[in-house]
Design a protein. Structure first.
Length: 310
């Protein structure tokens, strides 16, 4: 049977029940006081409306989530989440607009809310327990805020957005940051904030990684300029894992999303990190990835104004 024939993709009430089952496996939880006791269905109220006895607040499963105050039926939300979770290189807002039969603005706003749900909260530092963390950077799009100085042209990748990424080889997770600078001191500060001191770091020979070994258990690097992609003396020394992840990210950003301003780039980056960290190779299928994204809708209410400033 097609996964798309599930009732919760076609009926708003079935979608609400499915979302309740996903977010409240042990029954309704009050979004204000987090209480689970003395919660009752509101008599004469619509299905899915509950009342918390202690704080007397009425709520539904979407209160305090990125779906709150949306006029889009919940079954369409579940379709959109499934499509974004099952499309390896992403799905454009135009495609979403056509599939869901909604306005472009609605599709655009939905996909940004879903990216917000995909954004991971506080993760344990990468490389906890002494694992290997690959670190690399990639350059994408055009940063229009960078102006040439005088008549000196911005050369090479100087005018592009900079994304710094980490992959934990033990957990398979990826985390990326849009950064303004790749100065050695800035890179070191970011790595120290996100990677455990006991981790072993693998990079290429880029100058901004020099000296980071002082903060971690070890730092090894390959010499790409000398044609070395895997260390000849020690084949565990390479950044091939993270380079594979970058190739999916770049194909998606180029082929699917095409244009992206710096203002929104961090959200696209979170979307690709999410799918990579929950990829099939780590044992996740499309449905499990969708459930994981749905669990991420809680506590991240995004207003129209913050997502779509005039
Ligand atoms: Zn309450």
């Amino acid at each position: 049977m097609s996964v798309l024939s599930a009732p919760y993709f076609h009926d708003a009430d079935a979608a609400r029940v499915e979302l309740e089952r996903t977010l409240w496996p042990a029954g309704p939880v009050c979004p204000r006081c987090a209480g689970k006791e003395r919660i009752t269905a509101v008599k004469g109220g619509r299905a899915g409306l509950y009342r918390c006895g202690p704080c007397k607040r009425q709520f539904t499963v979407t209160v305090g989530t990125v779906f709150e105050a949306s006029h889009v039926p919940l079954n369409l939300w579940l379709q959109a989440v499934f499509l974004m979770c099952s499309s390896k290189k992403g799905i454009s807002s135009h495609q979403l607009m056509r599939v869901l039969d909604v306005q472009y603005r609605t599709a655009w706003f939905m996909s940004h809310r879903i990216r917000e749900a995909m954004r991971s909260g506080d993760l344990a530092p990468f490389g906890s327990g002494g694992g290997i963390v690959e670190v690399d950077e990639t350059f994408i799009g055009t940063d229009r805020s960078i102006k040439p100085h005088g008549d000196k042209k911005v050369r090479g990748v100087g005018h592009k957005h900079k994304v710094l990424s980490l992959v934990d080889r033990t957990t398979g997770r990826k985390q990326s940051m849009v950064v303004d600078s790749l100065k050695a001191t800035d890179v070191a500060a970011i790595l120290k904030a996100n990677i455990a001191a006991e981790a072993h770091i693998m990079t290429d020979e880029a100058p901004y990684y020099r000296g980071i070994g002082a903060h971690f258990a070890s730092h090894e690097f390959t010499r790409h300029t000398a044609g070395e992609y895997v260390s000849r003396s020690n084949p565990t020394i390479h950044t091939n894992t993270i380079e594979g992840a970058f190739s999916i990210f770049k194909r998606g950003m180029k082929g699917i999303y095409q244009h992206c301003s710096k203002k929104h780039l961090h959200r696209y980056v979170a979307e690709f990190d999410f799918r990579y960290s929950n990829r099939a190779k780590l044992g996740m299928d499309d449905e499990q990835r969708t459930v994981t994204a749905l669990k991420g809708i809680v506590g991240k209410r995004l207003t129209y104004r913050s997502a779509y400033p005039a």
